[in-house]
Write a protein that binds this ligand. Sequence first.
Ligand SMILES: [Zn+2]
Length: 100
Amino acid sequence: MDARLGDVIDDFCVKCRRLTNHSVVSLLNGAAAKVRCRTCYSDHDYRNEQAPPSKKDLKKAELFNAVLSGVAPPSAAPEAAAAEAEPKKAGKKPGKRAEA
Ligand SMILES: [Zn+2]
C-alpha cells in the first residue's frame, strides 16, 4: 500500500502517548517515513503504529537478563563468596581489639 504526502494514517505519538491520526509529511520508497501528529502537531519518524519500548519494559528486560546470567553459573558460587567474606570480618575484629 503506497502512502502519499498528506495521507492521514494511524501512528503512535510519544507526546500523546497513544495512537493518533497522523499526516504523512515524508515518504521513503512509497511508505511513510515521517509523520505529523494531528493532535499535537509534532513530527516524528513513522513507527508503524508501534509504541516504543517504555522505560518499564527496558527495566524488565534488564532484570530478565540479570536473572538469566545469574542462573547460568553453578549455584555453589554465591555460597563460596559468602564463606569467603565471613572469615575476613572475623579477622578484622580481633585486630581492632588488639589496637585498642
Ligand atoms: Zn501527538
